[in-house]
Design a protein around this ligand. Structure first.
Ligand code: SF4
Length: 334
């Protein structure tokens, strides 16, 4: 592919995003990890706050798990922030508190896969390597009429090779331009804006009228359904929470009491029904039913702590899956 038109288009039209005005590898790293599975608009305030709280790799490496979870609260996929800390420790111990400079070395850090390594190495250090994310996969599947299932490793490998063949010297702008094209012009669901696309003259799917057929996406993931009842125990301005195990789903986050299955008001006794809520994870769907239960005495229960509402707001990170019930709690104490 001839990338001249693409890069000029990018330089004239790119969205102004805070991580685009920096060549600081640490800042680029944080933005790339936050942007995984999360929309750009949602990331901006988190990115700025995170760098205020943890301005250097050293400070990140020393941060408490709770403070990191709190800074990440609402972004989801919390293992990302724990991996950031582990990788920061690796940088401090092995790389003089700096991010290593090559794609291959970056790949040795926790939580950095081929895409993030390629993005950091090319954006920050101008190493001539590909950075293939979902947007790049879609653009290239159309550009080169790639017929493989876009969710397969075979497809990702094939497209990575095609991108590598196309890489110009200005690799930082090229990689970002392809992603920007995928985010703003070569968009999914029949909405591609080929009439203003800077590479339409080189695009096979456009030439052959196959834009709505490509990329091919074959999914076979069915979510497992789990039913839980959420019991929000309150007592004298406090609420009872527990910390989840340090591995597995929503590791180390704080939750209300959760019991398997759906119970009824009769089962829980005097309580206020807080309604149902469904939350989707990548492989699991939670079907929740919530109750608020008032206590006159704050009895201790193993594994649980009583905390003030302000501590829920400021200290103890809770998953977004329980937001409905946390909001109900705020209303209750208003
Ligand atoms: S011409 Fe259309 S399908 Fe081809 S790359 Fe451009 S926007 Fe995507």
């Amino acid at each position: 592919m001839n990338s001249e038109n693409l890069i000029s288009w990018y330089l004239e039209n790119k969205r102004e995003l805070p991580w685009r005005n920096t060549s600081n590898p640490y800042h680029i790293w944080i933005s790339e990890i936050m942007l995984q599975q999360t929309k750009v608009e949602a990331v901006i305030p988190y990115y700025e706050r995170f760098l205020e709280l943890f301005p250097t790799i050293e400070e990140l490496s020393q941060a408490s798990d709770d403070s990191l979870h709190k800074a990440w609260e609402g972004l989801g996929y919390y293992s990302r922030v724990m991996n950031l800390k582990k990788a920061a420790i690796q940088c401090v111990e092995l790389h003089h508190s700096l991010l290593p400079k090559t794609r291959d070395e970056l790949l040795t850090l926790r939580g950095i896969g081929p895409y993030s390594a390629g993005a950091i190495a090319s954006f920050a250090y101008h190493e001539k390597v590909a950075a293939v994310d979902g947007n790049v996969l879609r653009v290239y599947a159309r550009l080169y009429e790639v017929e493989e299932n876009i969710l397969s490793d075979v497809c990702r490998k094939k497209i990575t090779k095609l991108v590598e063949q196309d890489l110009p010297n200005d690799v930082a702008n090229f990689n970002q331009a392809i992603m920007e094209l995928g985010a703003c012009i070569c968009i999914p669901n029949g909405n591609a804006r080929c009439n203003i696309c800077p590479i339409s003259s080189q695009c096979l799917a456009y030439e052959k009228g196959r834009i709505n057929e490509l990329p091919l996406r074959i999914t076979n993931t069915k979510r497992r359904i789990e039913k839980h009842s959420v019991l929000v125990h309150v007592c004298n301005g406090k609420v009872q929470i527990q910390k989840r195990p340090s591995i597995g789903l929503l590791a180390s986050l704080y939750v209300f009491e959760m019991i398997e299955g759906h119970v009824s008001k009769k089962d829980v006794g005097k309580s206020t029904y807080l309604g149902k809520h469904n939350h989707l994870f990548s492989h699991i769907e939670w079907k929740l039913k919530g109750f608020l239960i008032e206590h006159e005495q704050c009895d201790e229960k193993e594994g649980y702590i009583w905390v003030h509402l302000s501590e829920i707001q400021n200290i103890y990170p809770m998953p977004i899956a329980l937001k409905k019930y946390r909001d109900a709690l705020y209303e209750y104490y208003e």
